[in-house]
Write a protein that binds this ligand. Structure first.
Ligand SMILES: Nc1nc2c(ncn2[C@@H]2O[C@H](COP(=O)(O)OP(=O)(O)OP(=O)(O)O)[C@@H](O)[C@H]2O)c(=O)[nH]1
Ligand SMILES: [Mg+2]
Length: 254
């Protein structure tokens, strides 16, 4: 290392220790690695290069849908199921605080805190607001970090409209779209966009009126339409099975 100055040597050894912590699944290392990727500075490529050889293959599931549809509540239920299967689960909540539900990220933390003391569950909010394409880049890196740390399932929560819908289709193997009853004409509007990339559509808040009509309207366009009440866990088992079935298809194609 004779060509390097002390600062460069320190930097390299810091990254090496972060990578070492990631490999052993240490939360602190995972958090630092993802922060380096978010900063998108010179260290971010070094982190990625060092993760490459230890990367594994996790199930990457996108949970997408309009603000307030119940994505976080559904994820909280999915965490419980995957935990009972002894899986390690990472959650990347990307830009979920909408102008409508401001402060949702804090809400998410509170809702998901059932799991916050569990070292087999890692929850991270990723702020990419204002960065065009930032979701894809930093999130792809964060997925690598979690894979390297031995996570089996990675759930990505996104609003999934506009620019983001193409990005989530590239990041996740299985895309679950969460909608609520009473979509009506919106189904027409969604056809060319998010419905095209969704593998599974979940009509959540099935305790509200209009669930059957919404399911019927969607069934014309999407192969798999299910309904849930995320707050009680009703219908959740079917969602878990549909995800597993789609994951089998994904893996058989590799
Ligand atoms: N009645 C009813 N309420 C629900 C159901 N699922 C979620 N909710 C409620 O709907 C509100 C929004 O749920 P969240 O899980 O935060 O929705 P989200 O899609 O994550 O919202 P953003 O992150 O802001 O996009 C909360 O008050 C939930 O308790 C359901 O099945 N039925
Ligand atoms: Mg949410």
């Amino acid at each position: 290392m004779s060509g390097l100055n002390q600062w460069q040597i320190n930097r390299i050894s810091t990254i090496a220790s972060v990578i070492e912590e990631v490999k052993t699944g240490k939360v602190r290392g995972i958090a630092r690695a993802i922060t380096l990727l978010e900063l998108d500075g010179p260290d971010s490529q070094t982190v990625l290069d060092n993760l490459e050889p230890i990367s594994r293959q996790a199930s990457v599931i996108g949970i997408t849908g309009y603000p307030g549809a119940g994505k976080s509540t559904l994820i909280d239920q999915l965490i419980s199921v995957y935990r009972s299967q002894s899986k390690k689960i990472g959650i990347l909540a990307v830009d979920t605080s909408s102008p409508f539900t401001g402060g949702a990220i804090l809400g998410d933390r509170i809702r998901m805190q059932n799991h916050s003391l569990d070292d087999r569950v890692y929850i991270r909010s990723m702020a990419t607001r204002g960065h065009r394409g930032g979701l894809a880049k930093a999130t792809r890196g964060a997925i690598r970090v979690l894979e390297a740390a031995g996570f089996d399932v990675i759930l990505i929560e996104t609003i999934g409209v506009g620019q983001e819908e193409g990005e989530i289709a590239q990041l996740a193997q299985t895309v679950v779209l969460v909608v609520v009853p009473g979509l009506g004409d919106d189904v027409q509007a969604m056809k060319a966009g998010i419905l095209e990339i969704a593998h599974i559509v979940v009509v959540n808040k099935a305790d509200h009126q209009g669930t059957t009509a919404t399911i019927q309207a969607l069934q014309e366009w999407v192969p798999k339409v299910l309904s849930t009440v995320a707050t009680t866990g009703e219908g959740l088992q079917s969602v878990v099975e549909a995800i597993a079935t789609h994951q089998d298809v994904v893996r058989s194609k590799k």
